[in-house]
Design a protein around this ligand. Structure first.
Ligand code: PLP
Length: 355
């Protein structure tokens, strides 16, 4: 708190509260360095980074994506007037199954929008190969991968654009916030204008933009939290290792994979419960934890292609692996300061559901 108060004093002195002020500029520069990217722009939240990135790419027709994600990914596509085409996920790491992408490509396909689910890195080489072959844009929903590296490179550097969320619930936060990382500067200029209503100059508005500017108070929080993010990730690592000690090699449980060449950020601790082997269903485990006052999330359930707002427009049976995972997954509580005693207790409750 002291650090934050110190940081926001400048805002009082300058009277500059929003619209790309000094804190915005500092935060942007520090993130650019931390993530090792050529270009980065900041937004009110991760969702607007995704939605406006799609708009700035001028896409038409269909976008291949995954239903095993947060509402935001699919909504960003639909709110741009584009059609989501749902690709199934890999049962091992929950990201888009690259072997199923090509069969979904039509002459209307303009982009692929994969998600680095739980911080697991997508098969970026194969996605890049397919995108090149069919001349498709790639927009990564990288909301879960802040700080994650693949072969020594930040996930922010992949695709035409990679979008992050700095929501309070994420590994790294700026209260609310988001960012888009990209290489093409012309795209960046378009994106920058779109977050400010599409205003080109004092007397010229030439795009139908939104208002998605990060304010100075959020930027100040981001500056403070960035100083501690490595420590945060290390603490999460210790919590995850404690969970693994209890839950690894338990019959009927599938844990998140340890990916080759990946430096993880320990964003989530998903567990897949196969009731035939474990003895209880995912929902029974949720209830057992709930009785002890422990909240665990069915993340992601339901699949986005089953949302009421889409009125049965999409056939969920086309993504059977995603459907199965959504019905069996539970993410256990995970944050940097989670006590080992509590982790032990949570695992004890989970394991007491074995039959
Ligand atoms: C959090 C999240 C978003 C949206 O980010 P906000 O900052 O909450 O708008 C998008 N996609 C995924 C996968 C997320 O987890």
């Amino acid at each position: 708190m002291d650090e934050y108060v110190e940081e926001i004093k400048d805002i009082w002195d300058s009277h500059w509260l929003t619209n790309m002020g000094a804190k915005h500029k500092t935060f942007q520069g520090e993130l650019k360095e931390y993530l090792g990217v050529q270009n980065i722009d900041l937004f009110t939240n991760g969702h607007m980074a995704l939605e406006l990135s799609l708009q700035a790419l001028n896409l038409q027709g269909e976008v291949i994506t995954t239903p095993f994600t947060f509402a935001s990914t699919t909504h960003a596509i639909v709110r741009n007037g584009l059609t989501p085409v749902f690709c199934d996920i890999s049962p091992d790491d929950f990201t888009m199954d690259v072997n199923k992408i090509e069969s979904l490509i039509t002459d209307r396909t303009s982009a692929i929008m994969p998600v680095h689910v739980y911080g697991n890195v997508c098969n970026i080489e194969e996605i890049e190969r397919i995108a090149k072959k069919y001349e498709l844009k790639v927009i990564y929903d990288a909301a879960h991968t802040f700080g994650v590296k693949y072969k020594g490179k930040s996930t922010a550097t992949f695709g035409d654009v990679s979008c992050f969320s700095f929501h309070a619930t994420k590994v790294f936060n700026s209260i609310e916030g988001g960012a888009a990382c990209f290489k093409d500067e012309e795209f960046g200029l378009k994106l920058y204008r779109l977050k400010n209503f599409g205003i080109r100059g004092p007397e010229c508005v030439d795009a139908v933009g939104a208002n998605a500017k990060m304010n100075e108070f959020c930027a100040a929080m981001g500056i403070c939290n960035l100083r501690h993010v490595d420590e945060e990730i290390n603490k999460r690592k210790a919590v995850v290792e404690r969970y693994r000690e209890h839950l690894e090699n338990v019959e009927g449980l599938q844990l998140n994979p340890i990916q080759k060449d990946v430096e993880p950020n320990y964003a989530y601790f998903p567990v897949i419960f196969e009731e035939k082997k474990f003895g209880s269903t995912r929902n029974e485990v949720v209830e057992a934890l709930g009785r002890e006052g422990i909240g665990a999330r069915k993340y992601f359930y339901p699949l986005t292609n089953t949302f009421e707002c889409f009125h049965n427009k999409y056939d969920v049976n086309k993504t059977p692996v995603a459907l199965h995972m959504s019905k069996h997954v539970l993410t256990l509580p995970l944050y940097a300061d989670l006590n080992f005693d509590v982790v032990d207790k949570i695992c004890e409750i989970v394991l007491s559901c074995r039959r």
